[in-house]
Every structure is written in C-alpha cells, then in structure tokens.
Design a protein around this ligand. Structure first.
Ligand code: ATP
Ligand code: MG
Length: 420
C-alpha cells in the first residue's frame, strides 16, 4: 500500500467493476446519440460566478458544496458541481445558438465535484451523463428528454424506478405562488435557518426531508393551483406526449429541485432500492438561465443522470450487465523465440481488429494459462519448443478445452474465421 489514500468522499473505479460504469455511461448516451444530440465537453472548472449566478446564490450547491479556489493568476474558479451552466456558457460563447438551428441539442459525460457529507450514494466526486436541448420552447422537447432517460434505464434492465413530474410555473405565475407559499411558511413553527430560506427561496423549503417539517407542509399551497393558463396548457401537453409514449410517471405537486434556474417542467427519477439517496437523475426546463448568465432569452430543457447511483440501482435490483470479455485471444509463448513470433502475431491480430493479449514476464505454462483464464479469452495460443520445430502453434478453445495444432502462418486467418 502507498502512503496515500483516495481523498475522503471519493473512490476509484477499478477493473473489472469499472466495465460496468462504462456500460452504464454508454447505455445512457446511446439513445441520445440516436436522437440528434451531439457530444460536448467543457472544462472541469469554471469561473465561480458562473455557478453563483447560474445555479443560484441560495442553493446548497453554491453556499455549501462548491470547491472554490484562487489560481496563481488571481482568478476565482470552482470545480464544476454541475454541468448545465457550463454547457450553456460554452454554447453562448461559441455562438452555436445563432446558426439558426435551434434547438442546440448536446450531451455530456463527466465528473462533478461537491463538498458533501459522504455516505452511500453521495460522494464528493461523482459522475453524470447529461443532455441539454437549448433554445426552444416546445413540450415535445421536454417529452423527448423524459422518454430518452426512461429508455436508458429500461435498456439497462432497471424496473424499480419512478418518474416524478411537476411544473414550477414561469415568471407570470410563480411569483404569485411564491408569495402565497411565503405567507403560509411564516405561520409555521420552523427553525431560524429554514425561516431564512423561506424568505430567500421558499420553494426549496418544500424539498426539506425532515419529517417534522414535512408534516407541517401537509396543507401548504400547491403550485399546480396557481399555474397560469400558458403553463397549464404546456404541462398538460408534456403529460400527454409522455403518456402516449407509454412512459409511466407520477404527478408530484411538491417536487422542486435544488437548483434555482428551473421553470415549468421539472422531473426526477427515483429508485426505490437506494434508501435516502434515492434520486438517480433529474432535470427540467430552465428558461431563464441564459439571461441570468448574460445571454439572450433561450428557453431550454435538460437532465443529468447520476452514473454512480445508477450502478447502485443495478446492484439493488440484482442486475448484472452482460459485458462481453474484452479479450478474445491470449497468447502464451514458452521461450525466447516463441516470444518474438507470438508477439508479432498478437500485434497482427490487433491490427485486424481481434482483441488479443499476451503473457508477459516470461511466465511458465501453468501461470500463463491461469492468466489466460483470468483474461476471459475464448482462445489461447500456446507456442512451445516442439511446436516451434514443427512450425505449428497449439490453439486451445478455452470453453471446450479442445486443442488443435495449426500452422503459425494460419493463426490470423483461423482466428478471424472462428471469431466471426
Ligand atoms: P440530492 O437530492 O440527492 O442531493 P441533487 O438534487 O443534488 O440530488 P442533481 O443536482 O439533480 O442532484 O444531480 C443529478 C443526479 O446526480 C442526482 O440525481 C444523482 O444521481 C447525482 N448526484 C448528485 N449529487 C451526487 C453526489 N454527491 N454523489 C453521487 N451522485 C450525485
Ligand atoms: Mg444535492
């Protein structure tokens, strides 16, 4: 062991388990690639103000969870706690929204950093795959994203997740509701901090997980009773479109999200096997975000799915992804000359697209065959001294145990045909 350990609240992804994480990322990305979303990658850090303004000064993310640092050049940066604001920043900076091809549809995959109290499903470094559709107000776009996330989870085999759906209204109706909620909250028996939150961002009090607070909120006014006609119609259409697509969801009139920029459609994917860290993903519409960070009006919608919690959800449902072994052929040379010949063959196989590995370190037959087994390869190629003299190599089918001698020059063609 080295003197160092992974920092608190983080963990390393190691083979073979890491293959599952890659497969989850891929399963989430595939439906997006298939639906007109282009890949975007932004830096792991940004000007801290982007998050302060974009995510919101009153959110936990900004007040408690950001890793903020000053560079030697005097810039104040933050490791990204989320990627929606950075994506919008990048799109605006590159003027992608001006090409007349709105919406700009992009997806990303990467690390997020939040200084949280570490526990199962809650880490300081975690990974999300996200999608953003920027610059269009169309209920079909909200529906598309919800349908695609649902499709990703189903493709992974997940069944015990639920989709919670709500509308947060817009700048017409939300202020009226906000005032009504504030009035209601002022009459409750709440601690100092919660009362302060009720003044700055009353909707977020609805998200309070403490049972005594939730009990008091039982009769809180609900946004759905305050939605303006435009928001009501919009929300109804989103509901109809996802219903028509066969996606099952639950209306959750108290669903709000930890980020300030959401408007109208808001949704969360929760998994019932994860205990208190039950949200596997979430998203919604953020029509005001672009203006908040100095851009033009660009109504947008997006989501972020947590890779770490999705893997935990798979475990909770006892799902093992069918991940094919990476290696098809494992070469075992016995002796110097065999080593040179087989190494050249492995290189040739790889060039021909056959996944091949090699026994390194001059292992004897027994240890090398163990390594071949561990690699999961379907075939082993064993080249010993007698084979050398005869110009053949032993091709062993690791499944049936059957062994045949083939000419050294036939290795590539034979394996290509056997592996299809
Ligand atoms: P929570 O309510 O659990 O704190 P959140 O509202 O902060 O979640 P979002 O900002 O919406 O989460 O991020 C989307 C997804 O990213 C979450 O649903 C979750 O799967 C994942 N996620 C968020 N924070 C963490 C974390 N600290 N560790 C692991 N995954 C996380
Ligand atoms: Mg959080």
């Amino acid at each position: 062991m080295s003197t160092f350990k992974a920092p608190k609240g983080t963990y390393d992804l190691l083979p073979p388990a890491s293959a599952e994480y890659l497969a989850v990322r891929e399963a989430i990305a595939a439906p997006l690639r298939n639906s007109g979303y282009g890949y975007i990658e932004t830096p792991g850090f940004e000007n801290v103000e982007l998050f302060a303004r974009g995510v919101g000064e009153s959110t936990d993310i900004v007040t408690k969870e950001m890793y903020v640092f000053e560079t030697k050049g005097g810039d104040r940066l933050a490791l990204r706690p989320e990627t929606t604001a950075p994506v919008l920043r990048a799109v605006l900076e590159a003027n992608l929204h001006k090409a007349g091809n709105l919406p700009v549809k992009v997806w990303y995959s990467g690390s997020q950093y939040r200084y949280e109290r570490p526990q199962k499903g809650r880490y300081r470094h975690f990974s999300q795959v996200g999608a953003e559709a920027i610059g269009a107000e169309d209920p079909a776009l909200d529906a598309e994203l919800i349908i695609l996330a649902d499709q990703s989870y189903r493709a992974l085999g997940l069944r015990n997740f639920r989709i919670l759906l709500n509308s947060l209204g817009d700048k017409e109706c939300r202020p009226v509701y906000r005032a009504a909620l504030q009035d209601f909250l002022r009459g409750l028996d709440l601690d100092e901090e919660t009362l302060r939150r009720a003044e700055i961002n009353p909707l977020r009090v609805l998200d309070d997980k403490r049972p005594d607070v939730q009990k008091q909120l039982a009769d809180a006014p609900l946004l759905r009773d305050y939605l303006c006609d435009a928001c009501k119609t919009y929300h109804e259409e989103v509901r109809e479109l996802i219903t028509a697509a066969g996606v099952v969801f639950e209306d959750d009139p108290k669903l709000v999200r930890g980020l300030d920029y959401y408007t109208r459609t808001t949704f969360e994917f929760v998994h019932d096997g994860l205990g208190s860290q039950s949200a596997v993903g979430g998203g919604g519409r953020y029509d005001g975000l672009s203006e908040m960070i100095g851009g033009p009006s660009l109504p947008s919608v997006g989501w972020a799915l947590g890779v770490d919690r999705t893997v935990l959800a798979l475990e909770a449902e006892g799902i093992r992804l069918d991940i094919p072994s990476a290696t098809s052929v494992f070469a075992v040379p016995l002796g110097e000359e065999a080593r040179r010949i087989l190494f050249a063959k492995v290189t040739e196989l790889r060039k021909n697209g056959v996944a091949a590995d090699f026994s390194y370190g001059g292992k004897g037959l027994k240890a090398a065959m163990k390594a071949a087994n561990r690699s999961g390869a379907r075939y082993a190629l064993v080249l010993g001294e007698r084979d050398l003299a005869e110009g053949v190599v032993q091709l062993k089918d690791m499944e049936s145990g059957e062994q045949t001698a083939i000419g050294v020059n036939e290795i590539v063609a034979e394996l290509e045909s056997r592996l299809g």
